[in-house]
Design a protein around this ligand. Structure first.
Ligand SMILES: [Cu+2]
Length: 246
């Protein structure tokens, strides 16, 4: 009887384990992006805007070292919102698009300049490389994370030194420095090319989208992520949508 129970238990565990592997495999397959030729694609464009009352002011970070090089404090660059309530550094993207144009070959880039990451927010593409540079005459230890798990942990001791790494995972990559706790930046790593960051005027355009209906989302480091709904893209036309944060 005891033997039978052990056999049944072993079987149950192994079935559960196999089912888990199958589910993981399916998930992986489902997420794969396919490159196709896009002719006469459409676009989605709009602005990232603060739609509430008074927009939050940017924060200030106090420096605990390197004051002689970088001063006593630095702007956090978290809320870059101009007089027209247009928001910089919002990443607008098509969520779960399965196929479309090829991913740009451009490398991503993050520099350490005056004790801050430059650019503060950028978009990178999974599978491409990223150059991480130190332009400061001080040691920076760039330590990046996706969902709390380390992606890179790089000591950059020399001014002008640069390390090139591959971006193997997609997701919002937080970039920090182990030597300087106030330093923070982001690389939004997308597995497809339909992700863009807004500039000073909050505007964005996602182009060469195959005609169809797409879920659009917008991410901001302070406001989080919002859903812009399902947008219909027609061939050769531009659909308009704004990313409104509150
Ligand atoms: Cu640093």
């Amino acid at each position: 009887m005891k033997k039978l129970l052990i056999i049944i238990l072993t079987l149950a565990v192994s079935i559960a384990f196999t089912a888990d592997i199958d589910a993981k495999k399916k998930k992986k397959k489902k997420g794969k992006y396919k490159v196709t030729e896009v002719t006469n694609g459409g676009s989605i464009s709009g602005k990232a805007l603060f739609a509430g009352g008074t927009p939050p002011a940017d924060e200030t970070k106090a420096l605990t070292s390197e004051q002689s090089l970088c001063g006593d404090s630095l702007p956090a660059e978290k809320y870059l919102i101009n007089g027209n309530k247009e928001i910089k550094n919002v990443v607008v993207y098509l969520d779960g698009i399965k196929e479309g144009k090829a991913v740009p070959k451009d490398k991503a880039f993050v520099d350490n300049v005056q004790c801050a990451f430059v650019p503060h927010v950028s978009v990178g593409y999974k599978g491409n490389e990223i150059d991480i540079k130190n332009s400061d005459p001080v040691f920076h230890n760039v330590h990046s994370y996706i969902k709390g798990k380390t992606t890179y942990n790089l000591g950059l001791p020399d001014p002008g030194s640069m390390v090139t790494k591959k971006m193997k995972r997609d997701g919002v990559m937080e970039v920090k420095c182990d030597s300087h706790p106030w330093m923070l930046g982001y690389v939004f790593i997308s597995q497809h090319p339909y992700a863009v960051a807004t500039g000073d005027d909050g505007s964005f355009t996602i182009s060469d989208i195959p005609a169809g209906k797409y879920k659009v989302k917008a991410w901001h480091e302070g406001f989080g992520e919002i859903d812009l709904g399902k947008i219909t893209v027609e061939a050769g036309k531009t659909a308009k949508v704004n990313a409104e944060f509150k």
